[in-house]
Write a protein that binds this ligand. Structure first.
Ligand code: ADP
Ligand code: MG
Length: 268
């Protein structure tokens, strides 16, 4: 059985009498342990897809199943990381991570405290347990958000441009951290299933097992990425497959651009 399965999902935003069709009859399945990147230009419906999978928005037609069960709201088997840090400013970093675990009700206070310390260590912030979000840089806050989403041990991680507001160097660092943490979880357990939204081609190729390219409202193409879970950026970037995938994705973005301006399709 697929971990996530979407069949003929259609979603309209409704406000008063007006409606806006945001997703039109999309179908997609994600296997357990798979890392899927959803890529596409702004406004094509990526965040809408994440909020539907998170159960933060309902009222769609069609099927959206987790382990074969229709999504009707949020659940502890899913955790979400957004672009803008969703940390509580009045809680220390450690308390923010503990708060996530408290919602799951699986651990004692002592366990939550030691797990929070462990995950802070994993994201390189052991010394920042008692700091407040305003005392941390953007990259550090996003590390805390990642630590929190991993500490709850959810089977599914939904990430909506989590590194979108972070400078290049810190972004590269966080991408590698995420790869490393997912590879570790894959060895320890059955493997996390990740749906990661980005509009960055290189980020998608580096992280994904499969890339879903969206055009407005729909999925245009699915592209398999041939690198394994233990991939290293250096090897990925140096490979022939990387250039091929990059050209392919640039062509897809270009095709959308040229269809908008009425020009000829660009083939690179
Ligand atoms: P993306 O994340 O790919 O940039 P979104 O999923 O945020 O795209 O938005 C898809 C489309 O739905 C856009 O045209 C956007 O304007 C519209 N949209 C998003 N949120 C709402 C909302 N709350 N009400 C009405 N329309 C919305
Ligand atoms: Mg978005």
């Amino acid at each position: 059985m697929n971990k996530i399965e979407i069949n003929n999902l259609t979603f309209n935003y409704k406000s008063g009498k007006s409606e806006y069709l945001a997703l039109d009859d999309i179908s997609l399945s994600v296997k357990q342990g798979e890392f899927v990147c959803v890529i596409g230009s702004s406004g094509c419906g990526k965040s809408t897809l994440i909020t539907l999978l998170a159960g933060l928005q309902t009222g769609f037609t069609g099927e959206a199943l987790i382990d074969g069960v229709q999504i009707t709201g949020p659940g502890t088997e899913r955790s979400v990381v957004f672009q803008h840090y969703s940390l509580f400013p009045w809680m220390s970093t450690k308390k923010n991570i503990i708060f996530g675990m408290e919602q799951v009700k699986k651990w004692s206070n002592a366990e939550m405290s030691s797990r929070a310390d462990e995950y802070l260590k994993r994201v390189g912030l052991a010394e920042y347990a008692d700091k407040y979000p305003k005392e941390l840089s953007g990259g550090m806050r996003q590390r805390v958000a990642i630590a929190r989403s991993l500490a709850v041990e959810s089977e599914i991680l939904l990430m909506d441009e989590p590194f979108g507001a972070i400078d290049t160097k810190n972004r590269m660092d966080l991408q590698e951290l995420l790869l490393e943490l997912c590879a570790k979880e894959n060895k320890d357990k059955n493997g996390k299933t990740v749906v990661f939204v980005t509009h960055d081609i290189d980020e998608a190729i580096l992280l994904a097992d499969r890339i879903i390219f969206m055009e407005p409202k729909r999925i245009k193409e699915e592209i398999a990425v041939p690198f394994g879970k233990d991939r290293k950026r250096k090897e990925v970037v140096a490979s022939e497959e990387y250039s091929v995938l990059r050209r392919k994705l640039v062509s897809l973005f270009y095709a959308e651009l040229s269809s908008k301006v009425g020009g000829e399709e660009v083939v690179l």
